[in-house]
Write a protein that binds this ligand. Structure first.
Ligand SMILES: *[C@@H]1O[C@H](CO)[C@@H](O)[C@H](O)[C@H]1NC(C)=O
Length: 220
């Protein structure tokens, strides 16, 4: 679905298809609490976390940041189950993304330009990534990602690349500048194909210039 939709250049629909991939892998809806991906979590407990008086706990990352005592108090689980949760959290994708738009103020109308993305995973003392934690999925699933650049104003998908990531990866996304000169805001998305709540999104601006008129070239 993602391939077919992105070859038509439809941004929002491509992002939706990616979310469907996450939902299918985890066996849940995007309206469900993301915490239901965790072992031993039921709807009531997710609700209790969301309504936690000192701080709303709605994502894996916020749960991880809690003080141990506070989390123990909130979850009310035996140690073996807390251990399962800690293991899950250590394996949950925690990825640093840095990007660089090459020559961002010297992009010419209709010409190719690129964005370099560096991805680095916090492996938490592990050496390998291993399959996704997805007990409701009938097969072992390897984690994959999409890097997407799009224009939300026109709903256009400008570039897409499928990425797999162990510890570190550098990816180059090439695309064609718009046909009109002027400043333009693009959005870079880093979307997981298998877990909810670990996607990233960044806006950047490019300044598209008119191509140099060949008559000004001189000397021809
Ligand atoms: C990017 O820009 C869009 C449209 O202006 C906005 O809705 C969105 O929140 C921005 N995202 C980030 C991460 O700043």
């Amino acid at each position: 679905m993602v391939d077919v939709i992105s070859s038509s250049g439809w941004l929002s629909l491509a992002l939706l298809a990616m979310e469907v991939s996450q939902m299918v892998t985890q066996g849940m809806w995007d309206r469900d609490s993301m915490l239901l991906q965790l072992p031993h979590f039921k709807k009531e407990l997710a609700k209790k976390c969301r309504e936690n008086p000192s701080k709303r706990i709605e994502t894996v990352f916020v749960l991880v940041e809690m003080e141990d005592d506070e989390r123990r108090e909130l979850l009310q689980m035996p140690d073996t189950q807390l251990m399962d949760i800690a293991l899950f959290c250590n394996r949950f994708p925690n990825i640093d993304l840095n990007y660089d738009v090459l020559d961002s103020d010297n992009v010419r109308v209709g010409e190719e330009f690129s964005v370099h993305v560096t991805l680095e995973r916090d492996l938490e003392r592990r050496t390998e990534v291993g399959p996704v934690d997805s007990p409701r999925y009938p097969k072992a699933k390897e984690e994959g990602w999409w890097l997407v650049v799009g224009d939300t104003k026109t709903n256009q998908l400008l570039a897409i690349k499928r990425v797999t990531l162990q510890r570190r990866s550098r990816v180059k996304l090439d695309f064609t500048a718009p046909a009109e000169a002027g400043k333009k805001t693009c959005t870079l998305y880093f979307i997981c194909d298998s877990s909810l709540g670990c996607d990233q999104e960044y806006n950047f601006t490019i300044d598209v210039k008119e191509t140099v008129d060949s008559e000004d070239d001189g000397g021809r």
